[in-house]
Design a protein around this ligand. Structure first.
Ligand code: OOB
Length: 543
């Protein structure tokens, strides 16, 4: 009997039929894709991290044993399983073991804390968490147990032990999760492969259901555009569960092509440059602040051999033109800008583009089947070349969030266009420049902060009567957060340090802790009595 499938908003039947008949959707699962690479490249290196090097045959054997062991713990097809691991080889084994069973990874970031994880566990109805005891000194074993205790569906915590220690009490030791390999029924390529997280603008996390068919297309098309082959060595240095290092073209691109994935737990130039040299890395993906750090380090001079590096993808946030011009020369590689989103649409600049296009635009949609519209506040198309909000649909852009009708009503038009929330301009050649955003989301160097989410937490502080979070322009991160507060008792306004530790203690990822806190006597208002975020931003800019 086939298991009940996780539900998602399907593409209209005629679009789906066309994507299939045109071969856009290949009708394959990620497990099949790995098996093909294993068959073709058994003795080539599939994965390298700080401590391990696995060939495709070794990776496949680990995936087999792990899949059987996870199945023995009760994980079966279509079960959502939260994965919170640092950038290390086991991440790849875990994700493909879940794919082999037909289970559905829920991709969490190591920076997520109880607030995010509890909400994700509830929203996904996850049955298990797979994590690592300590990541950067933080006790993720304890965190996972805490989340499990408040989530009825969640009954298994699998934990990678710290070196030389046992896994914490109450968790299953990852090293013992292994069993004699067995066959599992193949997943339906049209079913949900995993749940990805939205960098969205609302307080409640939105889960993004991606199918094998749609996501594999985005990976293979990225491989074509970025020139990924068997000789590609892709370095995942951003948190690997994020959509960018996962699929643009990312670790999945490298594995689908029979290339190599290298992983570093830290993106610092010291760690990453050493890995580039050791593994012969040819390609990586960076957010702009990291690209700046690498560029500055390279410009100052260093002792590593980066000569294998041929392509650096930069995206996640707007790359300043001035920085874009320096990246290629400093790192001895070609720059490729990528403007993507976990919901789907990915745009790239192309190798053959004139240099000014590569340096000043965020490229164009990767698929001829992508559709885009640029509209005003009333959803009317704006004249070509004019700024407006970007709407999109296509073969790998979702038609709805996972089990979230309220978010769907806000984020999708009645006829299925996804409202990206990005304000863009499209030139006559179709290249997109990202000019800003229409929704209240702060882009802190690629890490997204929902103003609404942070405001909800700030409002929980007894000394806070009202809270508004806006972006402060920042030379390094692009934007930082400023929390404007009204005090409950104006004679004893809350202190910045108090507010910051309060938010941290509520279990928020550290990038969401407000960079600046400012108490006002009143908020500026718009003509209709609404608080004016625009005026608050102007106040900040004036200083
Ligand atoms: C990537 O995915 P998300 O889901 O974390 O964030 C998507 C949002 C976009 O809507 C846009 O606001 C912003 O991030 N963004 C950019 C950008 N790339 C993403 N804004 C300006 N310039 C860019 N190049 O961030 C993501 C997913 C796949 C590939 C690359 C990035």
């Amino acid at each position: 009997m086939s298991p009940p499938q996780l539900s998602f908003t399907p593409w209209p039947a005629d679009d789906a039929a066309r994507y299939r008949s045109e071969g856009i959707w290949a009708g394959k699962t990620f497990d099949q894709v790995l098996r093909e690479s294993v068959a073709a490249r058994a003795h080539s290196v599939a994965v390298v991290d700080a401590e391990q090097t696995w060939t495709y045959a070794e990776l496949d054997a680990r995936v087999d044993a792990l899949a059987a062991g996870l199945a023995d713990l009760g994980i079966t097809a279509q079960h959502p399983v939260m994965v919170q691991l640092p950038n290390q080889a086991e991440f790849v084994a875990v994700v493909f073991a879940l794919f082999r069973i037909g289970a559905v990874p829920v991709f969490c970031l190591p920076a997520h804390r109880s607030s995010e994880l509890t909400a994700l566990a509830a929203a996904s109805r996850a049955v298990a968490v797979i994590t690592s005891h300590h990541i950067d000194g933080f006790d993720h074993g304890a965190l996972a147990l805490e989340v499990a205790s408040s989530t009825p569906s969640l009954n298994t915590v699998v934990c990678l032990p710290d070196p030389g220690s046992d896994a914490p009490a109450g968790t299953v030791n990852f090293d013992a999760v292994s069993a004699v390999p067995r066959e599992f029924a193949a997943a339906d390529p049209g079913s949900v492969a995993f749940l990805q997280l939205s960098g969205g603008s609302t307080g409640i996390p939105k889960l993004i259901p991606r199918t094998h068919d749609d996501y594999l297309y985005s990976v293979l098309r990225s491989n074509e555009i970025c020139g990924v082959t068997t000789s590609t060595v892709y370095l995942a240095t951003l948190p690997v569960a994020h959509n960018f290092p996962m699929s643009s073209p990312g670790i999945l691109g490298a594995l689908a092509a029979g290339g190599t994935v290298a992983l570093t737990p830290s993106p610092s130039p010291t760690t990453a440059f050493a890995m580039i040299e050791r593994a012969g890395v040819t390609m990586t993906g960076l957010v702009p602040p990291l690209a700046r750090l690498w560029t500055e380090t390279a410009e100052r001079g260093h002792s590593h051999d980066l000569s294998t590096l041929t392509a650096v993808l930069v995206g996640g946030a707007r790359c300043p033109d001035e920085l874009a011009a320096r990246i290629g020369p400093a790192l001895g590689a070609r720059l490729q800008q990528v403007f993507g989103m976990a919901e789907g649409l990915v745009c790239y600049t192309r190798d053959e583009d004139p240099l000014d296009v590569v340096l000043t635009t965020q490229g164009r949609p990767m698929s001829p089947f992508d559709q885009i519209r640029v509209v005003d506040d009333n959803d009317n198309d704006v004249p070509a070349g004019t700024e407006g909000q970007l709407l999109t649909k296509g073969p790998y852009t979702i038609r709805g969030y996972f089990d979230n009708p309220a978010a769907n009503a806000r984020s999708f038009t009645a006829d299925g266009w996804y409202r990206t929330g990005d304000v863009v301009r499209v030139d006559s050649a179709g290249n997109i420049t990202v000019c800003g955003r229409a929704v209240d989301r702060i882009n802190r160097g690629g890490e997204k902060v929902s103003a609404e989410e942070l405001e909800e937490h700030l409002l929980a502080h007894p000394a806070v009567r009202d809270a508004i979070v806006v972006a402060i322009p920042d030379e390094y991160l692009g934007e930082r957060t400023c929390a404007f507060l009204l005090a409950a008792d104006p004679s004893s306004p809350p202190k910045t340090a108090q507010i910051r530790s309060f938010v941290r203690e509520r279990g928020l990822a550290s990038w969401k802790i407000p960079d600046r806190v400012q108490v006002l006597e009143e908020f500026p208002e718009t003509g209709v009595g609404k608080t004016s975020r625009k005026d608050l931003r102007r106040m900040l800019a004036a200083r």
